[in-house]
Design a protein around this ligand. Structure first.
Ligand code: ADP
Length: 365
């Protein structure tokens, strides 16, 4: 196990800067997920940890040792990629044994490790097959097995499940976590899929545009996003947002939606007053909204809008509706009839609103 620390890490390709001032501390034995849209710098960060990319500025430590200039081969890491990287002409057994043979490990120790990993991954019956005689899921298990047998201090996984179908992906998520628990290595896992991040990560690193936006547990990111980007990226269906006028008067502030009403909590009112702007970006998670009557006097938050689209998902439906200043989504039981074009009112509790600076997108705190 190894603690991995990045201090002010930057990466340039010629004039293009792809990583900006990245700071991160990955704990011993932790399963950490780097997540973000395509091009956000996840793979570059992973390759820097691996030693496959040179760091332009900043420092990388494995435990207390600075490893900026330590070769890939000397870092005691194992990598698993999306495209498996198996040798097609070798059996499953030989694919898994290859790295160990090259290190001149004793034959019986190699055999013990390969069989143990094969048991763990349910591929023991296929050890004599060639990769092309396996399904995608089985191939990915072989790739994982090849990493496990090395007994590395650090596992690096780059979108390992993205070639698999949806059903198999869900199954393999659990398997990878099981393997991680069994081998107790520090694991860094790259994905663009926030569901994968939420379900797998001890902690998650949200990246965009070459920057780390937030690091936290799945609960922390979901409940307390630092900014609008994290709020919108984590969670399905995604949080909806709208810009709402704010009336500032004598140190007090109120949110005044164009159609409906918002009674903020005292603490929220103070945040808006301190923010001082004449508008605020409000975010609401879809599960916090429910259909209401337009004259509902009991609701803290009542918002009127027009249904834009309805997505039917079986047990429930996602209702997307347009309000002045933005668009919100609500999860609605399927018994409730809602149609595109319909005028609707939704209610929520004030404590479930997220407030963001309308200019910077930072969460008001
Ligand atoms: P992600 O893994 O999040 O999709 P990457 O780390 O692969 O993102 O890429 C981050 C950015 O760096 C992208 O804009 C990409 O085009 C750029 N990039 C990656 N590799 C190179 C390279 N060898 N030369 C120039 N730009 C690169």
């Amino acid at each position: 196990m190894t603690k991995i620390v990045l201090r002010n890490v930057e990466k340039h390709y010629g004039p293009v800067q792809v990583l900006h001032d990245c700071n991160l501390e990955i704990r011993d034995g932790e399963f950490i997920v780097l997540v973000g849209p395509s091009g956000s710098g996840k793979t570059t960060l992973l390759r820097i940890i691996a030693g496959l990319e040179h760091i332009t500025a900043g420092d990388l430590y494995f435990d207390e040792t600075r490893v900026n200039d330590v070769d890939v081969g000397d870092r005691d890491i194992a990598m698993v990629f999306q495209n498996y990287g198996l040798y097609p002409h070798m059996s499953v057994y030989d694919n898994m044994a290859f790295g160990l043979k090259r290190r001149k490990m004793a034959k019986d120790e190699i055999d013990r490790r390969v069989r143990k990993a094969a048991e763990m991954l349910n591929i023991a019956p296929y050890l004599q097959r060639r990769p092309r005689q396996l399904s995608g899921g089985q191939r990915q298990r072989v790739a994982l097995g090849r990493a496990i047998v090395r007994d590395p201090k650090v596992f690096l996984l780059d979108e390992p499940l993205s070639n698999l179908d949806a059903h198999l992906r869900v199954q393999m998520r659990t398997e990878i976590l099981k393997v991680h628990r069994a081998v107790t290595a520090t694991a860094v896992y790259v994905t663009h899929d926030q569901v994968e991040a939420l379900t797998m990560g001890d902690r998650i690193v949200v990246m965009a545009d070459g920057r780390i936006h937030q690091v936290g547990t799945p609960d922390e990111l979901y409940d307390l996003p630092d900014n609008r980007f994290v709020a919108s990226f984590i969670g399905t269906p995604a949080m909806g947002f709208f810009d709402c006028p704010v009336a500032q008067a004598g140190g007090r502030a109120e949110a005044k939606p164009a159609a409906g009403r918002i009674r903020l909590t005292g603490a929220q009112g103070s945040l808006l007053a301190r923010n001082g702007r004449d508008k605020v970006t409000i975010g609401i998670r879809p599960e916090r909204l429910s259909l209401a009557q337009r004259d509902d006097a009991s609701a803290d938050v009542l918002l009127e809008g027009t249904v834009d689209a309805v997505e039917m998902l079986g047990a429930e439906q996602y209702v997307h509706f347009v309000v002045e200043g933005g668009e919100l989504t609500a999860r609605v039981p399927r018994e409730q009839q809602v149609r595109a074009g319909q005028k609707v009112a939704f209610r929520a509790e004030a404590k479930h609103l997220y407030l963001f600076d309308a200019g910077t997108g930072a969460t008001l705190r």
